[in-house]
Design a protein around this ligand. Structure first.
Ligand code: ZN
Ligand code: ZN
Length: 159
């Protein structure tokens, strides 16, 4: 895969929220869980995890989703585009919705998760597939490592 040029820029539908990323993502994933289907009004969510210090956002945001402790989902207050999430325990990362990026197509999902709950017709060309979530933080770290190597590899490596 060819790495996209940095910084990555993006915006919500109405353009009042703007995001900028000065690093490549740590990992990209598609989540097929029912919650993501509802949150994104789609068959699955598309997420790129970025180091929090590479991420900046401007504009008027509000929390959405269940507003539960430990899961903060941020939306544009005007057009309600789902922009990003913060997850407790992963404070060094932000989970950006790939669709807000100007060149969203340059970041295909490397991993798909929660295929237990996927729509029968939904197919994602991911290098790794999990029926639920990766078991441990070691699994996640291994995925991030092989993802970062995939930028220079012609084909994403498989086990
Ligand atoms: Zn907006
Ligand atoms: Zn999900």
């Amino acid at each position: 895969m060819k790495p996209p040029k940095l910084p990555l820029e993006g915006s919500c539908l109405c353009g009042s929220v703007h995001v900028s990323l000065t690093a490549l993502p740590l990992l990209t994933l598609a989540c097929h869980c029912r919650d993501c289907q509802k949150l994104c009004a789609s068959a699955y969510s598309l997420t790129a995890m970025f180091p929090v210090d590479s991420f900046s956002v401007t504009g008027d945001l509000m929390r959405g989703g269940l507003r539960s402790e430990g899961r903060e989902h941020y939306y544009c207050r005007s057009c309600l585009t789902f922009v990003y999430s913060r997850i407790a325990g992963a404070d060094d990362r932000v989970n950006l919705r790939i669709s807000v990026l100007d060149n969203a197509g340059a970041l295909p999902p490397y991993v798909e998760v929660m295929t237990d709950e996927k729509q029968d017709w939904a197919e994602v060309a991911a290098a790794y597939s999990y029926s639920r979530f990766p078991e441990s933080t070691e699994d996640l770290r291994g995925l991030m490592e092989s993802y970062s190597k995939s930028w220079s590899a012609p084909v994403p490596p498989k086990d």
